[in-house]
Design a protein around this ligand. Sequence first.
Ligand SMILES: [Zn+2]
Length: 87
Amino acid sequence: MSSSEPPFAAQRFPDPPSPEERCVHCEGSLSPGFLEDSGQSAPGSVRWIPGPLERGLLGGVKRFGKDRYDVDALRCDTCGRLELRVR
Ligand SMILES: [Zn+2]
């Protein structure tokens, strides 16, 4: 008995998003970008954090100890739709 390939192919999102990707709405070409966060502290980029949003006593979002992921925002050149990807 020898080891063999698993019966399924591991699926991955392209990383970074490939420029050949098309808008799911109108099939227009997508321009890469990201969403800026210019909140209360230093400007940065918007992050995606898994799990439901929770707020603390002061109304701030609880995010301590949670994983954060960069978010890519690809804009359709034709209809302006944003495709958001987490990496
Ligand atoms: Zn489009």
